[in-house]
Design a protein around this ligand. Structure first.
Ligand SMILES: *Cc1c(COP(=O)(O)O)cnc(C)c1O
Length: 428
């Protein structure tokens, strides 16, 4: 029964564009109507019609502790009695900045903002100011928020000059953006050579999560590090998903590559809106008021958001947290692979840490091009087959599923059992 969701969606569409405040929530790529959620607890969400789902969306990444985790809710309760915003500095901002800089190898100094988009936008501005250069290299299928200059996926072929993905983004806004295939180090080489002394930064998701999950090929990030250094371009890791998700210090701690700047978001806000960018002090000293690169925010470092972030990071500091997440995810992936195999449905499952994507393809997925070999229509049917059975996967083939510390062995086993039936249903 979805009557109440349907009713709310029709009301929403009258007053909110597409009925949602972020496009992917509208289920456009899988069809059907979105479920309106009333509450979340642990590994589950409950919709307004009273249906409960085992949740692998995790609010698109932030909820590594699951829904409504006691430490975060407790911290919010404590803070809320003290006020919600002052527009003046607070002790907790210092605490969170210290936690981030202690955890993330490449960050000496960090600036808090309100979203991942703000973080990448500000990091690009800073990189351009610091280098005195203009061009930005990004990778097809990597998403860095809805920053004008980064809304470019670009077409096929090497070194396609950027054309915007969205109306309203002017061609000149992204004419300095060059998008090339993920994992293609030769393309990076070529583009850096062709644009000598013009490239301000290469921005990359060190583990890509926005075309479904795609892992960096062996040596890709190391060579990116070397090439950017040789060319005097900054290397920006967009760790908005991977920061404190793959390991306490993010993908850079796991994969042992140090970028010049890092963008954070999602997990560091404990489910409240927070983003951050940081890096070496020689670069961060260019940020206002210490330096000439202006960047500001009325609610930046918001006391509620920061208190939630601190509580989340404290919980993630505990021994064995990431190993546990990885082991649970691995057992889910093994079970899903087996279930798909038994149903005769070809899949490729990419996963690392607590992230996974079931691609409906026989092709190994190593970039956007190969991700697009997936049968998205079959994914849509699989998504709905799971949703009907009480499992909430991401409503698009090109997104990542997330586990949380609240997921239990029995959640995993139940998910695999239900997937067995769902794969059979979509086998035809
Ligand atoms: C989610 C995301 C962003 C944008 O963050 P918002 O908080 O949605 O603005 C940027 N980069 C990556 C890699 C993301 O996954």
């Amino acid at each position: 029964m979805n009557d109440r969701s349907k009713e709310l969606f029709s009301r929403a569409q009258k007053r909110i564009p597409g009925g949602v405040n972020s496009p992917v929530r509208a289920f456009r790529s899988v069809g059907g109507d979105p479920r309106f959620i009333r509450s979340g607890k642990g590994s589950r969400v409950t919709d307004v019609d009273g249906n409960t789902y085992i949740d692998y969306l995790g609010s698109w990444g932030p909820l590594i502790l699951g829904h409504a985790p006691a430490p975060v809710i407790g911290a919010l309760r404590r803070q809320i009695g003290l006020g919600t915003s002052y527009g003046a500095p607070t002790e907790n901002e210092v605490v969170l900045a210290e936690m981030i800089t202690e955890a993330v190898p490449s960050i000496d100094k960090v600036r808090l903002v309100n979203s991942g988009t703000e973080a990448t936008m500000s990091a690009i501005r800073l990189a351009r100011a610091f280098t005195g250069r203009n061009k930005i290299i990004k990778f097809d299928g990597c998403y860095h928020g809805h920053v004008d200059s980064l809304l470019v996926k670009a077409g096929s072929g090497v070194a396609t000059l950027g054309l915007p993905d969205s109306l309203g983004v002017q061609p000149q806004d992204c004419s300095s953006t060059i998008s090339i295939p993920y994992n293609d180090i030769d393309a990076v080489h070529q583009v850096l050579d062709l644009n000598r002394s013009e490239v301000a930064a290469v921005i990359v998701e060190p583990v890509a999560g926005n075309m479904g999950i795609v892992l960096p090929a062996q040596g890709f990030l190391q060579r990116l590090r070397k090439l950017t250094r040789e060319h005097g371009a900054l290397l920006i890791f967009d760790e908005v998903i991977t920061g404190f998700r793959l390991l306490y210090g993010g993908a850079q701690a796991l994969l042992k590559v140090k970028p010049d700047l890092t963008c954070l978001g999602k997990v560091i806000g404990g489910g409240l809106p927070v983003g951050a960018y940081g890096g070496h002090r020689s670069i961060m000293k260019w940020v206002a008021p210490e330096g000439p690169v202006y960047q500001a925010g009325t609610l930046s470092g918001n006391p509620l958001a920061v208190s939630a972030g601190i509580a989340a990071l404290e919980a993630l500091k505990k021994e064995g947290v990431y190993a546990k997440l990885a082991a649970m995810t691995a057992s889910l992936v093994v079970g899903l692979k087996k279930a798909a195999g038994e149903a005769g449905v070809p899949v490729r499952i990419n996963s690392i840490g607590s992230m996974f994507t079931v691609f409906f393809t026989e092709t190994e997925v190593r970039d956007f091009q190969t991700a697009k070999t997936s049968d998205t229509e079959r994914y849509a049917r699989f998504f709905h087959a799971m949703l009907e059975r009480g499992v909430y996967f991401p409503p698009s083939q090109f997104e990542t599923g997330f586990l949380s510390l609240a997921h239990t062995k029995s959640d995993i086993n139940a998910t695999i059992e239900l997937a067995r039936a769902a794969f059979r249903e979509v086998a035809g």
